[in-house]
Design a protein around this ligand. Sequence first.
Ligand code: GDP
Length: 175
Amino acid sequence: HMADEECDYLFKTVLIGDSAVGKSNLLSRFAKDEFHLDTKPTIGVEFAYRNTKLGDKIIKAQIWDTAGQERFRAITNSYYRGALGAMLVYDITRNETFENVRKWLQELKEFGDPDMVIVLVGNKSDLVDLREVEVEDGQKLAEVEKLCFLETSAKENLNVEDAFLQMITKIYKIA
Ligand code: GDP
């Protein structure tokens, strides 16, 4: 975990999960406090930074976003290389994206570090009327797979900060 001038630790983390679950918006919420109604998936990997103070230490989180690559399954070693944490996102209004969580966990096993901190996130909790995945379903899966779990809304800015901070704090405790 490299140190640079303005921070004590630099943690690489990655966002994964199906297309359109809200990864880009979770990232822009956390890094820039912005939300966009129609984000255009660009091709290629993007990342953003945010500094967080934990005790007397400054942690710089470098958060990678697939930026549309997930639909081509073109994510490879370089995306996961050196990543200490992963935020695995599904959309509570699309059951399919929850079912695919297992595929993403499989991919993490294949490409990721075995000690990687994984936070499972059910996003779009503001869309109560469209809910297809119950909170309990997310909780149960997280229990079985030993992951942290939260529901978030990038739109309403609910739990977004908490989800990233849980990941960063857990990495810090392990590191
Ligand atoms: P990505 O492909 O996983 O990066 O998903 P995006 O961040 O591009 O979001 C896909 C779509 O879902 C966009 O139209 C967003 O505006 C919308 N979206 C993202 N997060 C939320 C949320 O928390 N609530 C609602 N209602 N819409 C969201």
